[in-house]
Structure formats: C-alpha cells, structure tokens
Design a protein around this ligand. Structure first.
Ligand code: CA
Length: 223
C-alpha cells in the first residue's frame, strides 16, 4: 500500500512517514502543493494525506485537481475548530479528515478505515438509542434536545460513539482524547466521564455510558 503525504511542516511529515512506514506502508512525502499534486497525478497511491495550508498551491486546489483526474482516496488534515474547512473538504470530495493535533493511533485507524472502505467516508451523524452525535458539525442531541459540550467532552463522546459497543480502556481513551500517555493517572478519564455523564446520561431515564469494572468504559444501549 502506497501513501503520499503532502505536508509542509517537516516535523509532522517526518513523524507521519516514520509511523506509517513502521506499519508497513510505502510512503512518499511532498512538502508543497505543487510537488504534491504532480506526484499524485504521475504516481499511483492508495491514499493521500493532504494538509490544507500549503505553500505553492493550497490543499483545496490540490484536491480539486486530483479529483478531476482520478479518484485516489484523500484524508485531509485540518486545523482545530474549522467547521467550514471540514465541510468544504468533504464537499470537494475528500473521504475523511483529521483535526490537528491528533494521536498517531487515531490517524492509523482512519487510514485503515479509508483504505478498507474505499471511497465511502465516515458517517457524519451517529445515533445510539435517542442520542445523536453530528461529528462533522460537532452537535449533540438527546431525545431531540440540544446538549452543549466542551471540546474535550465532545472528543470523548465522539470516541465512545464511533466505537459504540466496544469496551475502551482508560489508557486508550486518554491517548486518543488527550493525545498523551496517562500511565500513572487515568483518573483524568474517570473525572471526564463523570462530567460527560452529568450532561448526556443523568438527566435521562436510560444510561448509555457504562463502566466495565477493571477494564474501562463502553457506550451502548442496554435493555
Ligand atoms: Ca501546513
């Protein structure tokens, strides 16, 4: 599997290249939009990781040129909080996106998922029972009522709901949501879960976030 990284920040590009290479991918890197678009059009890649802010020509233009020519799946990397960016990228034909900064494990999961699904991207809205999470617009509703979450709470909820039914360890949650290792202090996760529950579970009849003793947490509908 060949992956092209188009990213002008050298550190990020090197980090991604190293991680992906270690996971068995063949990786090329372009540090500007012009070289990136050229490589994308002249070489074969299974996937392209595309940064949006690039010197030369920007990521949007690369995306447009690419999709006019061939349908290589594209996962774009966007800055924090840019809802318009995410919508624009998906409308221009990208398959998925990641918000910087992200944990490498999250990137790897998305890469694998895009490669597996081909051109079908992640669902924007995921529902479990009467809880509805719009991952793209970062909106949460339960029983039709809008619920406001902080950025961290939203990150935690979106992880749990994307992997609904799967028990997630505190360590995995800490790594994915905080982009750090909390080997010594996974208590941070318990505190954040409690806050999230106070908003999305406590006011309602049925609980959706469950504690699995000695393991971690799972979000699921239980009878
Ligand atoms: Ca950049």
């Amino acid at each position: 599997m060949r992956i092209l990284i188009i990213e002008d920040e050298g550190k990020t590009a090197a980090y991604l290249q190293k991680g992906l290479t270690e996971n068995g991918y063949v990786v090329d890197v372009a540090d500007n939009g012009i070289d990136g678009a050229h490589l994308a059009q002249t070489q074969y890649y299974d996937l392209i990781l595309l940064d949006v802010m690039l010197p030369g020509i920007d990521g949007w233009t690369v995306l447009q040129q690419l999709h006019a020519a061939k349908k290589t799946p594209v996962l774009f990397l966007t800055a924090k909080g840019g809802v318009e960016d995410r919508v624009k990228g998906l409308e221009l034909g990208a398959d998925d996106y990641l918000v910087k900064p992200f944990a490498f494990s999250e990137l790897l999961a998305r890469v694998r998922s895009v490669l597996r699904r081909g051109a079908v991207r992640q669902q924007d809205v995921i529902s479990v029972d009467d809880l509805e999470v719009d991952l793209l617009r970062r909106r949460v509703r339960r029983g039709g009522a809008r619920i406001d979450l902080t950025a961290k709470e939203f990150g935690l909820l979106s992880l749990l709901i994307r992997r609904a039914g799967e028990v997630l360890s505190r360590t995995l949650i800490a790594e994915q949501v905080w982009d750090m290792n909390f080997d010594s202090d996974t208590n941070v996760v318990d505190v954040a879960i409690r806050r999230l529950r106070a908003k999305i579970d406590d006011p309602f009849e049925r609980r959706l976030i469950h504690n699995v003793r000695g393991v971690g947490y799972v979000l699921e509908q239980r009878p």
